[in-house]
Design a protein around this ligand. Structure first.
Ligand SMILES: [Fe+2]
Length: 249
């Protein structure tokens, strides 16, 4: 990220596509480092689901609200409001809690403590309400979550759970949410550029560190197969939407 940060010392509205590309690269790198679920013990599977829940259940809507409060452009506000509307209306935190209960992975106090420091860092960062870096962070988060769903579903299934509404819904709706946040980013950059020298990817770096506490990188070369996870961007994402829409019909 260092070379990227310095190359964007003076961000301009034309940097949107480049930033999106860097976010996608960061997501792909994180996905490529996931361990192979088949090599995990029951305790490790439970821990990943529990820490994921400890982070997402109470913070996702709060952090998206921080992005909403930070942006100034009408288009970015309306895109993020729509995202929040869906989260609240369809009770996504409740969906995640059901998922964790069914996988026998409700977060304990030690799960909350395991993520505490890195979680606090993300909270404080988003609390600065810096518009463009906040939208970049949430676009990265949405894109990662979407790609992570197949992995998370596999952990739950291996735990003996059949409750997959959370992973199925987010494997699909977060494709559109990620694309929406890229549009919000471009809209915001057209009217509200960050100060020169701002590290646009600070939130991506902090969130990556937090995700690492949820799911440590694979220690060996035995990683999650690259073709097993969906890609948020491009033709493979669209193919996944088509496949799931067909399956639901
Ligand atoms: Fe959600």
């Amino acid at each position: 990220m260092t070379s990227l940060t310095s190359s964007l010392h003076t961000p301009s509205a034309s940097h949107g596509a480049y930033i999106q590309h860097q976010i996608e690269r960061a997501i792909d790198a994180l996905m490529a480092s996931l361990p192979d679920p088949k090599g995990l013990t029951g305790n490790q599977r439970r821990g990943i689901i529990a820490r994921y829940s400890a982070v997402l259940e109470g913070n996702f809507i709060y952090w998206m609200t921080a992005a909403y409060l930070s942006v100034k452009s009408e288009e970015a506000r309306s895109i993020i409001a729509e995202n929040l509307h869906e989260e609240v209306r369809d009770c996504h935190p409740g969906m995640l809690r059901k998922f964790a209960i069914a996988a026998d992975a409700v977060p304990t106090d030690s799960d909350a403590l395991a993520v505490y420091r890195e979680l606090t860092d993300v909270r404080l960062f988003l609390g600065r309400l810096s518009a463009v870096p906040s939208v970049i962070t949430m676009a990265f988060f949405e894109g990662f979550i979407q790609g992570f769903m197949d992995f998370l579903a596999e952990l739950a299934t291996d735990q003996g759970s059949l409750e997959l509404e959370y992973t199925e819904v987010h494997g699909v709706c977060d494709i559109a949410h990620t694309q929406g946040l890229y549009r919000a980013l471009n809209a915001e950059m057209a009217v509200n550029l960050p100060q020169p020298g701002t590290n646009l990817f600070e939130g991506v770096e902090l969130l990556t560190a937090l995700i690492r506490t949820i799911v440590p990188a694979a220690k060996s070369t035995k990683t999650y197969p690259a073709n097993a996870h969906s890609i948020v961007h491009g033709a493979r994402g669209n193919a996944k939407i088509a496949r799931l829409t067909k399956a639901e019909a």
